[in-house]
Design a protein around this ligand. Sequence first.
Ligand SMILES: [Zn+2]
Length: 247
Amino acid sequence: MKNQIEQLQHYIHQSKKIAFFGGAGVSTESGLPDYRSQEGTYTKMEEKQLNPKIRMSKRFMLENPEEFFKPRDNQTKPLIPEPNAGHRFLAELEKQGKDVRIITQNVDGLHQKAGSKLVVELHGNNRHFYCMECGREYPYNEIPRDDTNVPRCPIDNGIIRADVILFGENLKPGILDRAKELIADSDLLIIAGTSLSVYPAKTLIRHFTGSEVVVINQSPLKIKDVQVDLTITEPVGETFSKLTVHA
Ligand SMILES: [Zn+2]
């Protein structure tokens, strides 16, 4: 582990442009559940015989809004999550002058909250809510609900939803190109807290043409698309907390 940390420190130090590609595992140390681990959101749904690909789809939201917007009972996540050592390290590195680009599959905004300035949110964000009919935007605390507890716009009765990508929806135009561009133009790629199993994660990393690839993930990944130079099977925040920030 010590050698791995030294190696990572060395890669970061010598790199000029770092692309950090992160998934749910980046936020678990902030108390947010991931999807596929034992306590993961999808695992919990499947224990109740619910299919996440159906229940978390746009179609299900439109056809069964009452069920879709019903609070789930594994809501153990903190109301206001805070960035962890992983988010903070990356933000601090950027503050010191390193060109850090974050491409995240998370919708929680914790990188921005930590202070990172270049964050591409592939799957949207859970801080912006809008009416699907008229596009009116509603702050989280002021979302009106109908008598079945479905968030609805009082003007046209449209469903008010978070700006996140559901199953069956395409990514926002331009987002993928931006992510490709940032990855292609980086010299160090850090893949962290993601199984790389979901599109577009696995195809995006193919665009990397830089020198080193590091994987930080608690379970080892089989990656064919890029050559991995260093694998650390430890939590992301814990790993970064062992590094010194100097750009
Ligand atoms: Zn509306």
